[in-house]
Design a binder for this molecule. Structure first.
Ligand SMILES: Cc1cc2nc3c(=O)[nH]c(=O)nc-3n(C[C@H](O)[C@H](O)[C@H](O)COP(=O)(O)OP(=O)(O)OC[C@H]3O[C@@H](n4cnc5c(N)ncnc54)[C@H](O)[C@@H]3O)c2cc1C
Length: 462
């Protein structure tokens, strides 16, 4: 990756994709004096962190809240949020065999577990010391860390339902990243049953972690980032349906979109890996993203369960997770009402993706089954949104496939892949923002080369 500091020759740094990664990179580079152009294919900025507003109700895509241990990233997020920043303690749940439990598990919830199940989990705690499993697949990782009872009763069904492949065909990185995302708090480690018990005992009575959030929904963070880019002299273009790259096989020299052409010094690509491969005519990656249909349900009542979000593992429930927007901020729905974000993962082109309206009744039925909606008349409206490329699917040999996909792209010396979608990286917003900072630093001539991609752990790169 070649880099040049603030340009005098009219060349631009073009950032493709206005998710939190592209927004942050474009902002920092514009502030440093570079000519920056940000191109986004959707009609608004935000990517996976965008929100949908219908009248008085605002919905993010599933639960979106900031949490980071990285002080620089947190300071940046707070700078963008300004007076919109609010914080609240985590309240997440899991619905399991017909009951709600706090998540991560608390001492009280162990007592609430069915007695036979609790006994089996206890037995696993002892027996796991003598059992040997591999470490390569999701199944092996979870068996090692949690034992066969929790694997069979929760992780197996939840993961198969969520990811559409069997945990045996899923790489262990999915378990590492996914379970860490779900637990979040380092004080609540559950890497094995012994740790679980230790963390429960040691953390009993301690204050739970807090999240940072924009009072009026995640879109505010994204819109304020875009405003900051423009204020720093950059350009933001949305609704960019087609991009063309001119290049000589080692450098991208020009980007064309919307009837405009920009000579470029560097291109930061944050869109899908498949599209950049197609544009540069290199082989299509043998990797797939998981898509999602969200059913945004306007409810004319408060919800008895007080979670911000809840996981649903049971096979007979159509959704994977439900979030309640008013438990993020009461400004996201009218007083006394709630907005339920109901997530159903799918593959682009399958029946859920093509005909989500066929699943509305099932969603309502299951919301009633789990006591989130008591009467049908409580539902004011339901909005369906299709979200492509939500999650990278980590099949067992995804690392090799990813290396193979990225290898030919390394020929372009002024192209950087950054962020969740471009790096096929199961990450969070703070990781994408951190990566954007590293890329911006490098282009300014500071810091290490920002190429490469991560495997499960944020600091690991190929
Ligand atoms: C359901 C769900 C819940 C989540 N919850 C949380 C959470 O609570 N906390 C958290 O920190 N993170 C959460 N995340 C993760 C978070 O959304 C991502 O880490 C982050 O938004 C990724 O940002 P990004 O900019 O790297 O990628 P993206 O958001 O994917 O941005 C890529 C952008 O590129 C655009 N694009 C693609 N192709 C093109 C093209 N050809 N031309 C122009 N533009 C293009 C896309 O439209 C998109 O705007 C969640 C994710 C999901 C799916």
């Amino acid at each position: 990756m070649e880099h040049e500091t603030a340009r005098q020759d009219g060349k631009a740094t073009v950032v493709v994709g206005a998710g939190v990664c592209g927004l942050c990179a474009a902002h920092l580079l514009a502030e440093s004096g570079r000519k920056v152009v940000l191109l986004e294919k959707l009609d608004r900025v935000g990517g996976l962190a965008r929100s949908f507003t219908y009248g008085d109700y605002t919905f993010d895509i599933g639960p979106h809240r900031f949490h980071t241990e990285n002080k620089e990233v947190e300071a940046y997020i707070r700078r963008i949020l300004g007076d919109e920043a609010i914080t609240f303690p985590r309240a997440s749940s899991v619905h399991f065999q017909g009951r709600y439990y706090p998540w991560p598990v608390r001492p009280a919830s162990l007592v609430q577990f069915p007695r036979v199940l609790a006994a089996k989990i206890g037995f696993d705690l002892v027996a796991n010391a003598f059992r040997k499993y591999g470490q390569d697949t999701f199944e092996e990782y979870v068996l090692n860390q949690y034992g066969p009872t929790l694997y069979r009763h929760f992780f197996l069904d939840y993961t198969a339902k969520f990811l559409k492949i069997h945990p045996r065909e899923t790489h262990a990185d999915w378990a590492k990243a996914g379970i860490n995302r779900a637990i979040i708090d380092d004080r609540m480690q559950m890497r094995n049953l012994l740790e679980l018990v230790q963390s429960i005992v040691l953390n009993a009575g301690k204050e739970d972690l807090h999240f940072l959030y924009p009072r009026h929904g995640m879109q505010v963070y994204c819109d304020r980032s875009a405003d900051a880019i423009v204020a720093a002299g950059g350009e933001v273009h949305t609704g960019v349906h087609r991009i063309r790259l001119s290049h000589d096989g080692t450098h991208v020299s020009e980007v064309a979109a919307k009837g405009r052409r920009w000579p470029v010094d560097s291109v930061i690509w944050t869109g899908s890996l498949h599209t950049i491969c197609e544009l540069l005519e290199v082989p299509r990656p043998a990797l797939e993203y998981l898509a999602m249909v969200v059913f945004n349900v306007e409810v004319k009542a408060t919800i008895g369960q007080k979670f911000q979000w809840c996981y649903f593992g049971d096979k007979d429930i159509i959704f994977n997770r439900v979030s309640n927007n008013v438990n993020f901020s009461e400004d996201l729905a009218p007083w006394g009402c709630s907005g339920l974000e109901v997530e159903v993962t799918c593959l682009e082109g399958d029946d859920v993706w093509q005909h989500p309206e066929r699943y509305v009744e099932r969603v309502i039925e299951d919301l009633r089954k789990v006591d989130l909606v008591l009467r049908r008349e409580e539902i004011r409206d339901i909005h369906i949104e299709r979200i492509p490329a939500c999650y990278p699917i980590y099949v067992t040999d995804y690392r090799a496939r990813l290396r193979q996909a990225i290898r030919p792209l390394k020929a372009w010396r002024n192209l950087v892949l950054a962020g969740r979608t471009a790096e096929f990286w199961y990450n969070n917003m703070d990781h994408s923002i951190g990566r954007a900072m590293a890329v911006a630093r490098r282009l300014e001539g500071k810091g290490r080369r920002p190429s490469g991609t991560t495997f499960g752990r944020e600091e690991e790169a190929i």
